[in-house]
Design a protein. Sequence first.
Lengths: 357, 141
Amino acid sequence: MLKSLFALISCAFLFECAAIPAFAGTLVPLESVPVPPQNVQTPEKIELGKKLFFDRRLSGDGTMNCATCHDPERAFTDGLELSLSYPTTRNWRNSPTLINAAFQKQLFHDGRVRTLEEQALFPMMSAFEMNRNLDFVEEVIRSVPEYVDAFQKVFGGEVTRERMAMAIAAFERTLISLNAPIDKHLRGDRQALSEDAKKGLAIFRGKGRCADCHFGSLLSDDRFHALNVPENQEHRSDPRIAATRRFVAKVYHYEDFRNLTEDPGRYLITKDKKDWKAFRTPTLREVAKTAPYMHNGIFPTLDDVIEFFDKGGGKGNTVLKPLVLNDREKKYLKAFLSEALTGEDVVIRYPNVPDAR
Amino acid sequence: MAVGPTVKKIRDAYQGKIKLVVKNFPYILRDYSHIAAEASLAARDQGKYWEMYELLLARSPKLDRASLISYAQLLGLDIKKFSESIDGKKHAPEIERDKKLAADLYVFSTPTFFINGRKFVGDRPFESFKKIIDEELKSVS
């Protein structure tokens, strides 16, 4: 009996091994949050960062704060195809989740920055996001005695934009979703995934080739790939989005910005031809909560995303090939994505923003 | 202000099917936000709330006292009553109740919408609202 059991286990093991191509990355559980030594976490800094995150003083007209586009009740996204924007303007890309952003090595869809501290100031000064001059916002925050005291206590000095960014980053490092079913499964809990999700995981690692790019603790290779995702038609129909597109291209010294009709992705940052229309592989953690999908929110559901990859990606891309998944395989893959990657709810206590009301 | 046209489109598209309730959330750093809120409620006292609401959205940011009085004249309001109301901050208690409600609901941005209890932040495209409203209408029908 024992010999038979051993043979069965061996066969099952070999089957699992055979199903995983050699190039698929490994999935690992989320572990502890990386914290830079230059910006250690303290409760006071986190609380200060949280206040700033919710403070409308950070926007030019006082209507917006970080939480406008990264809404705690929407998994720290805003649930729209194209992110919310400064009044009278339109954003041109989707708002990514901040949950687990602390683990990312590169931020924004085009990966233009590497740390949360660098990221925090961009939307503040962006003309189509919070539209606040950074020199001015320092003076606005300095006008608030409660903030002056807090900066003194936390940083031992005055309000500066760098310290504002450090505080906001410290808060964002607390937005971690733990104990997703996949983490439990990877730690050996064989009851953590439903049978359908387990089959989906096998497809994810095998025929679906998802783990070629979606691996590691964040299920992202933190690299950039041009999948030729279809353009969002709003880009064509709303001239305000065209204005945003041309503006960003101009800021990044793209010579032909006046005639730009599509989102060039990371190319604007690197000017490397291979990066034309390449975007960062997003994390798949919390994917069930962060529709719509892709850099431009073009796919409303996971079914749409699976169809896109099953067909081999967008027209003319050289990265993907058709997967030829049958309906059952698509169902299992969706079950894995929907069920396995959502951690415990990220619950925050809302702050008392100084003199906000 | 920016969402004004969208809200009008929603009201036109769903006439008779939805009820719009406006709560005041004047922001401390917007000079005229409190007096504009007072003006809207002073106009309500004289039966012209929605007319004043449209004017305030259309004419924003010209919401100083003199401008508000001119809007009241445009609407044919009793100017003496209107002026006494905004100068005396007659509706401050109601506005403070609205602000407290916003605080209790963790509202930090304007506009913030609650559609049958579901919260949505920001000036969103009409299609985004349509999807939610259609869902809610379907659920109650």
